[in-house]
Write a protein that binds this ligand. Structure first.
Ligand SMILES: [Zn+2]
Ligand SMILES: [Zn+2]
Length: 246
């Protein structure tokens, strides 16, 4: 009897999936071809960053021998002398394809892409980071969460933690909405440092990875690192799915 009920339950799920696929067929987030969340053709063309060639400090692609992103001049324009993370890594250059994946996930309702993003990003967690480490995120602003109906940063970080077999913890307050347009690089960094705050009574862990979908200037991640350092975290890492290059 139980087997019969299970059979009908599964049959109902299959029928529901077929109906959903007929009405709203799965389409490639990049080229719109029907069939898969990212089609094989687009998957092969994604701009994966080769960690062997990336800057070992700031994760910039091709920065291994001479990084142009974490030079004293670039750091000075962000009001600092060194990168505030023990290490940073990015999975991909945030070109149009990567931006489309993230936008389709967070603003167009294709939540299944969280697993695609997490699966790709998880390959960039260095084995050195993993031991006794937790993953965190910078929450969406309250406005963005209300608009989307979910916190995309939390969902991505928790999916990543699940894939990487680590714990996901929320330690930051949702930041205030800040309009960073029309600001200089220095102003953006100064602005973000006042916007990112730890949640009251948030616990302290020894090692933590801050995960972000797309890193544009690094101002949000840097502000998060400063907060964690002040709270006594010793090993702080940053990982982002995409890195915008100027
Ligand atoms: Zn495609
Ligand atoms: Zn660098």
């Amino acid at each position: 009897m139980t087997n019969t009920i299970e059979f009908f339950k599964n049959a109902m799920h299959v029928a529901a999936d077929i109906a959903t696929e007929t009405i709203w067929p799965t389409r490639c987030a990049i080229c719109d071809a029907p069939g898969m969340l990212i089609c094989e053709h687009c998957l092969k063309k994604l701009s994966y960053i080769d960690t062997y060639l990336a800057c070992p400090i700031c994760g910039a692609p091709y920065g291994k021998t001479q990084c142009t992103e974490c030079t004293p001049l670039m750091l000075a324009s962000a009001n600092r002398e060194s990168v505030p993370f023990n290490n940073m890594a990015y999975a991909m250059v945030a070109d149009n394809a990567v931006k489309r994946i993230v936008k389709t996930y967070k603003d167009k309702g294709e939540r299944r892409l969280a697993y695609t993003i997490a699966n790709i990003a998880s390959r960039y967690i260095s084995p050195d980071w993993k031991n006794d480490c937790v993953i965190t995120y910078i929450p969406d602003t309250i406005k963005a969460r209300q608009r989307r109906g979910f916190d995309h940063a939390q969902e991505l970080a928790c999916t990543l933690a699940n894939v990487a077999k680590l714990d996901c913890v929320g330690v930051f307050m949702p930041p205030k909405s800040i309009d960073q347009r029309n600001l200089s690089r220095k102003e953006r960094f100064a602005n973000m440092s006042s916007a990112i705050k730890l949640a009251p009574a948030s616990p302290t862990f020894r090692k933590i990875i801050v995960f972000d979908d797309i890193c544009t200037t690094g101002s949000t991640l840097y502000a998060a690192a400063d907060c964690l350092r002040r709270a006594g975290y010793k090993e702080i890492y940053a990982l982002a799915f995409g890195r915008v290059l100027d």
